[in-house]
Design a protein around this ligand. Structure first.
Ligand SMILES: Cc1cc2nc3c(=O)[nH]c(=O)nc-3n(C[C@H](O)[C@H](O)[C@H](O)COP(=O)(O)OP(=O)(O)OC[C@H]3O[C@@H](n4cnc5c(N)ncnc54)[C@H](O)[C@@H]3O)c2cc1C
Length: 504
């Protein structure tokens, strides 16, 4: 029996394919220069099917790559080389249970943040952290695999893994386990993450799909507070430094802001004057960086008190309140009431052929202005390569940052990198653009990494780069590697990442 027949026996003919068109449809994420055409695409319906698929993959020695929404910016959910099986999780998008009394929701891992929150909103609930900015398509399983954060609520609730209670995971060899409270088989429903021995849920958080396939996820959910306020401010000059001071003060004063976010001057200028991304800023005479906050409360009085404290911080730093309505420039209101999962999509879709190559990371608040300064210097040092791209594309790549939200603790998610072009121009394919893009990407990843930041998306190239640059101590790296080799002795499951088999 051929492999495709074996796969079709498990999931039916409709949900396993080796058709070239289907395979190409799964060959990319959003990075313009990374592609891997898989040999097979399979769309399982449950953990049992995934277990059978993985057992066959072990017998046949063929890699498997889980894929949720496919929104990874670093090629994490595409095939490494033109081999392997893509395991498309998006058929598994059901809500398994909402425990309204204990405020815990159990879902299949392929469900999107948008679909889950639409469902929860009927009960006056939300997920707290609303997942990543790509949450209309990105899955809960992908978010947990990345420690995603960014779509809203991350200053108050932290990354989406903070809310995690338990997971059902299919291990690379096909065994199915449950973690957290569910490690005790007598537990009737998920209720807590920690206990029953070590935190094995944590092993699969941010693992980028290397240690197992998450099939069911139980998350804490929260009542959405009835009151909220949102204000947007124009920054003074040197806005990154000023914003870093504002974010630090918010944390030092212990104000439980729901969101605080910075969008830098270049993005505001280009996005408003050239690309029509920000109609709410068109009327502004001075286009500078903007910063905003969103705050929630259970009473008007509580809200008023928090707004008073926050306004004082922002106004003391010479930030200018743009007014209450979206048409005044109140981006925060748009973000909280309408744009939750749209803010970042705008950045990706500025104009066709414009492509973002990111080096985004978590970093302490007080470190991000310096990183941005170093990226400016890096940009100048790479003028020659930038010019080569400009000569073909008619536009010079732009480096810097986009949106910087305050996240867990005293940290930000720094969405830095450079915006460049794909290889097709005037009907011609220019391989040289791909070569330059990849060279620049690796160089910028290295520069940012050496600031001691944390990357959370790991495709093949960046995860290997961390090893190459010597970012991990050998003790830490060997521990990760021995866990991988124990769980996946036949190199199944996203095995190109982290270069674990380099000495085999
Ligand atoms: C417009 C846009 C905005 C974005 N905004 C943000 C943001 O604000 N914050 C942020 O963190 N990221 C952001 N991202 C990056 C990315 O979308 C997120 O990290 C997202 O959480 C990925 O989810 P996904 O379902 O698309 O994962 P995929 O890309 O499908 O997969 C991501 C990784 O997880 C693995 N994986 C997926 N599902 C499973 C599973 N069930 N079990 C095991 N492994 C699995 C994959 O193999 C891969 O390694 C953005 C991307 C875009 C295009």
């Amino acid at each position: 029996m051929t492999l495709i027949q074996k796969l079709q026996n498990i999931v039916t003919e409709k949900f396993a394919s080796d058709d070239i068109y289907v395979r190409h449809a799964y060959s990319r994420n959003v990075h313009p220069d990374l592609q891997g055409v898989p040999e097979y695409v399979v769309r399982p319906k449950d953990a049992k099917e995934i277990s059978e698929i993985l057992k066959i993959a072990n017998e046949e020695n063929i890699p498997v790559i889980p894929r949720g929404g496919g929104d990874c910016e670093w090629g994490g959910s595409i095939a490494t080389g033109d081999v392997g099986i893509i395991l498309d999780m998006k058929r598994m998008d059901n809500i398994v249970n909402l425990d309204e009394e204990n405020l815990i929701c159990t879902v299949e891992a392929g469900i999107s943040w948008g679909k889950l929150n639409e469902y929860l909103s009927r009960f006056g609930l939300y997920t707290g952290c609303m997942g990543p900015g790509s949450g209309l398509t990105a899955s809960i399983g992908g978010g947990i695999s990345h420690h995603s954060v960014g779509a809203g609520g991350c200053a108050k609730y932290g990354a989406c893994t903070n809310q995690l209670v338990s997971l059902e995971v299919v291990l690379p060899t096909g065994e199915i386990i449950e973690t957290g409270s569910q490690a005790n088989k007598f537990s009737k429903f998920p209720f807590n993450r920690f206990g029953n021995g070590p935190d094995l849920t944590g092993l699969f958080c941010g693992d980028n799909g290397i240690y197992g396939v998450k099939t069911t996820v139980s998350l804490q959910v929260f009542p959405k507070p009835p009151f909220a306020n949102y204000k947007t401010f124009l920054c003074p000059r040197n806005s990154a430094e000023v914003v870093a001071q504002i974010f630090t003060e918010i944390r030092q004063k212990g104000i439980d802001v729901y969101d605080a976010m910075y969008i830098d001057e270049i993005l505001i200028k280009l996005g408003t004057n050239t690309f029509g991304m920000y109609p709410m800023f068109e009327h502004l005479k001075r286009k500078r960086g903007i910063v905003f906050y969103v705050v929630e409360a259970n009473s008007e009085q509580e809200l008023e008190e928090k707004v008073k404290q926050l306004d004082k911080i922002f106004l003391n730093k010479k930030c200018e309140d743009l007014g209450p309505e979206i048409s005044n420039g109140n981006f925060a209101k748009w973000q909280y009431t309408e744009g939750q999962w749209q803010t970042y999509h705008n950045c990706w879709g500025i104009i066709p052929v414009f492509e973002n190559i990111t080096t985004e990371c978590f970093t302490p608040i007080n470190s991000f202005p310096k990183i941005l300064k170093d990226i400016e210097v890096w940009d100048m040092e790479n003028e020659e390569n930038m010019k080569k791209i400009e000569k073909i594309a008619g536009f010079r790549p732009i480096s810097g940052t986009g949106v910087v939200p305050l996240v867990n603790g005293n940290n930000v998610e720094l969405t830095c990198g450079f915006t460049t072009f794909g290889c097709y121009h005037d009907g011609e394919y220019h391989e040289i653009i791909k070569d330059i893009n990849l060279k620049l990407w690796k160089s910028l990843l290295t520069l940012v990494l050496k600031h001691g930041v944390q990357f959370y998306m790991m495709g093949n190239i960046p995860s290997r780069l961390m090893v190459e640059v010597g970012a991990y101590t050998s003790e830490y790296y060997n521990l990760m590697k021995s866990i991988k080799k124990t769980l996946a002795p036949h190199k199944i499951l996203s095995s190109g990442k982290f270069d674990f088999w380099e000495d085999d």
